[in-house]
Design a protein around this ligand. Sequence first.
Ligand code: HEC
Length: 151
Amino acid sequence: MTKKTLFGAACALFAFTCVAAAEDGVATVDKRHAVFQKVCTTCHAMDNVGGRRTRAQWEDLLYKMIDLGAKGSEKEFQTILEYLSSEYGRVNVNRGSTSELSAVLGLTAQQAGAVVSHRREHGKYEDFSAFAKTPGLDTTRLEKLRDALSY
Ligand code: HEC
């Protein structure tokens, strides 16, 4: 299988299983963490994931690890992607979808919807203080997630 085929297949698969994972919502953080530990610590320790990344960046990293020889089922890689992008995610508040905003920042569907309508009506958020003014957000909690936000 060429690299291109593998990446193409993995992409399609990731997109498909992402929807499935979001729908069933069964894998708890603990279960996701266990899969991550099992697949990702065979070559190196994973005490430090090296900081937050966007979902797309985590996906790129997983492809890189697969290329380097990481072994796991497609479902396991999908679970790891969910785990990393919610626990160590970063989201662009001007471009992230409602599901990305919810996954990374723990926003309710209503709060994520408020972010999307706010930026549509008022334009781009320039910084944290602009973002924090979105009605309905818990700014005290978001304050702790500043490093998960990009603009
Ligand atoms: C087959 C062995 C192997 C497995 C399994 C493996 N890795 Fe790696 N990983 C490597 C090697 C080799 C490097 C160093 C290569 C480099 O940095 O270019 C690396 C480097 C990394 C880095 C630092 C480099 C970067 O690009 O940020 C991260 C983060 C990482 N791995 C995460 C993971 C995750 C998450 C998993 C589980 C999906 C995983 N690794 C599974 C071999 C592996």
